[in-house]
Design a protein around this ligand. Structure first.
Ligand SMILES: *Cc1c(COP(=O)(O)O)cnc(C)c1O
Length: 448
């Protein structure tokens, strides 16, 4: 599961890096190899206490291993340990960040933008909503009830009013409820989630844009998880439509550490209008000396940031350019293929109820049982039973309305469902193995 052959590439690259510094007077820092060996073995022992995230039979939470090239480039950068706050701290890695981020902006259809990497999606959304608050004069932010939970908390931090908009049975923002809220007035920003974290559902961006013409508000697209699907055309028509309108948004968030093959923490925030950079203005007395050029710290809320994240992302995009029909796009398409296949098998099996067709690569389903309570209990048991057989799924509490009318439950009823994020390109080839284990676990739980 863990490849160590590629470590020789790191050694090879490190030799090249060393060449850049040969003119300096030699110096050797003390590396206590023997003591380190013991500590590292102890570390490895501790790290055994983990679910096997990189393995294809880990098909639970939104976790995807970084690509080998990202891991190695990150490690190579560690020998320099650049800080992308200022060009003083990270010259090469700042340039690499700007190139990598510009390529992400182009993926979304923007030739000009203002943007940078962040510690993750939460920080990226915080910046987007911080700017939204500045531009709209502190007006209300709304997002769907399936939007990431951090939006309401971020608004709390920013002192912005926040309201939640209900979703329909497709887990997408309900447009009538949104329009009713807009008619009340005071809405400054609508957050459209393209790829919700629970079900991978996409809010109806084209219709939200129509409402924008009538009511006037900012649009922030949170595609922390789903953003890279902009490269894939084999999605359902409404989903493709939603992605095609991303360029009309005011800001976008995408997490390279979710689907972009990067180690944590690598998020990215983009603004369509570069002039919002004026809101970041500060004059730190000691950080910027080496260059009158723009330092990334002048357009970001965080100060110190790992230059290694930018280096890893840049290297990954060299290997897998963000192009439609490219190798990386093909990997994403395979993730969705795996999700569609699993969904089809589930919906043909009377033991389960699977109604939401995956828009991206997340599958959710419930156990067919007479009551919500019984279904929820069985889901948790199947989750445990599968894990005991090395198939790692996830559970989630979701509105019962996502699963048809099985229980005639009220709109606020929730059910514990099984959930699988099929985010690895290998998942499509492992589907029979995954199904075999799920089938066995379900049989055993239902027989007991
Ligand atoms: C994961 C996620 C976030 C939060 O991002 P982190 O990188 O975990 O901080 C925000 N929005 C959506 C839609 C997400 O999927």
């Amino acid at each position: 599961m863990f490849d160590s052959n590629s470590l020789q590439l790191l050694e090879h690259a490190l030799t090249h890096l060393k060449d850049g510094f040969t003119e300096l007077t030699a110096f050797q820092s003390d590396v206590p190899l023997d003591a380190m060996r013991a500590v590292l073995v102890e570390t490895a022992e501790r790290l055994k206490d983990n679910y096997p995230y990189p393995h294809p039979l880990y098909a639970g939470q939104m976790l995807k291993p970084p690509h080998e090239v990202a891991r190695l480039a990150y490690q190579l950068a560690q020998y320099v340990n650049p800080n992308n706050h200022a060009l003083d701290g990270g010259r090469a890695s700042s340039a690499m960040e700007r190139e990598a981020v510009a390529e992400i902006a182009r993926m979304f259809g923007w030739d000009t933008h203002l943007g940078h990497l962040t510690g993750g999606g939460t920080m990226a959304n915080l910046e987007a909503l911080w700017i939204a608050g500045k531009v709209t004069g502190g007006k209300k932010v709304v997002a769907s009830s399936q939007a990431h939970y951090t939006h309401s908390r971020i608004c709390g931090v920013l002192g912005l009013p926040f309201e939640s908009i209900p979703v329909n049975s497709l887990a997408r923002m309900d447009l009538e409820a949104l329009e009713a809220k807009l008619q009340e007035g005071g809405v400054g920003t609508v957050v459209a989630t393209l790829g919700t974290t629970a079900t991978g559902s996409c809010d109806p961006l084209p219709q939200i844009i129509e409402l924008q013409a009538k009511y006037g508000f900012r649009i922030h697209v949170d595609s922390a998880y789903g953003g890279y699907y902009a490269l894939v055309h084999t999605l359902p028509p409404a989903t493709v439509e939603a992605y095609s309108r991303i360029p009309d948004a005011d800001s976008i968030v995408v997490d390279p550490h979710k689907h972009g093959l990067q180690p944590y923490g690598c998020g990215c925030v983009l603004f369509r209008d570069p002039s919002v950079g004026a809101h970041y203005k500060h004059d730190s007395p000691y950080t910027y000396f080496s260059s009158a050029e723009l330092h990334l710290g002048e357009i970001s809320l965080e100060c110190s940031r790992a230059g290694a994240s930018a280096v890893a992302l840049w290297a990954t995009q060299r290997l897998f350019p963000l192009v439609k029909g490219g190798e990386f796009a093909g990997m994403l398409a395979n993730c969705r293929n795996a999700a569609v296949k699993l969904h089809r098998r589930l919906s043909e099996d009377h033991r389960f109820i699977a109604v939401l067709e995956p828009e991206l690569d997340i599958v959710v389903w419930v156990v067919n049982a007479t009551t919500i309570e019984e279904s929820s209990r069985l889901a948790r048991e199947i989750f445990e039973e599968s894990a005991a057989d090395d198939l790692h799924l996830a559970v989630a509490n979701l509105p019962a309305s996502f699963f048809g009318n099985a229980w005639n439950a009220g709109t606020s009823a929730t059910v514990t469902c099984l959930r699988s994020c099929l985010m690895k390109p290998e998942h499509v080839d492992w589907l029979d193995a995954i199904w075999g284990k799920l089938d066995r676990a379900t049989g055993s739980v239902l027989a007991s």
